[in-house]
Design a binder for this molecule. Structure first.
Ligand code: CMP
Length: 222
């Protein structure tokens, strides 16, 4: 799983970028960016998780990604000058550094290694997106839910507690969000979660899913 942007930067590049911004804290639920807005800044996540989503014409939410500590948000419109490609909201209280677009672009021109890191990040996102397209044609709803949860648990693995099968990761996700993210109906997600719970690989509560066994999840997807 790709590391987030700040983790890929050289120490001096990272210090330079952070020094260009100002600290900003966001409460849980706050909107950092709205889809279609004009870009004025990029946001670097120091702690907490945010969701990236898009709204359908019917008002449904399609979850595109969950981004955690080290993430760079808002680079797409900063780079191409187009409106924000998606909305971003805090899933937990967020501690961030907000850098004005002009200063961010100057940083990339001054620091070629940091610019290459952005290209790498975008290539990795394109690979993910290709893989998901193949996955949608290959797996049923149970498989897609299992794979998505396994992927998130791997991404956020270090922040969990240790349980019987390794790290226990609690993901702040509702069933509606999982349904949107896996292009499945709410009913299929409920059924898939019930099956995965029965196999002992997850536990669920109203607004979160705890992953107990990542390998077990992947095995269930096959
Ligand atoms: P921007 O388009 O400026 O505003 C929305 C931000 O969400 C975008 O920049 C990226 O930082 C982030 N984003 C959009 N799509 C994805 C995706 N598929 N995966 C991860 N992050 C994304």
């Amino acid at each position: 799983m790709a590391r987030e942007y700040l983790d890929q930067l050289r120490v001096d590049d990272r210090a330079d970028l952070l020094a260009r911004g100002r600290r900003r804290r966001w409460p849980c639920g706050a909107t950092l960016f709205g889809e279609g807005d004009r870009s004025t800044s990029v946001v670097l996540v120091l702690s907490g998780r945010a969701k990236v989503f898009s709204l359908t014409e019917q008002g449904g939410e399609v979850l595109l990604a969950i981004r955690g500590p080290g993430a760079l948000l808002g680079e797409m419109s900063a780079l191409d000058g187009a409106p924000r490609s998606a909305s971003v909201a805090a899933l937990e209280p967020l501690d961030t550094i907000v850098v004005p677009v002009r200063s961010f672009l100057d940083f990339l021109l001054d620091r070629p290694d940091a610019a290459v890191c952005i290209v790498r990040l975008i290539v990795s996102r394109l690979r993910d997106s290709d893989r998901k397209r193949v996955e949608f044609g290959t797996y049923d709803a149970l498989g897609r839910v299992a794979l998505r949860l396994a992927e998130m648990a791997e991404r956020f693995g270090q922040s969990g507690e240790h349980g019987e099968h390794g790290v226990r990761i609690t993901l702040p996700l509702t069933q509606d969000e999982l349904a949107a993210w896996t292009a499945s109906s709410r009913e299929s997600v409920t059924k898939a979660l019930r099956t995965l719970r029965r196999h002992g690989v997850i536990e669920t509560s109203r607004r979160s899913v705890a992953v107990l066994d990542v390998d077990g999840l992947r095995a269930r997807a096959r």
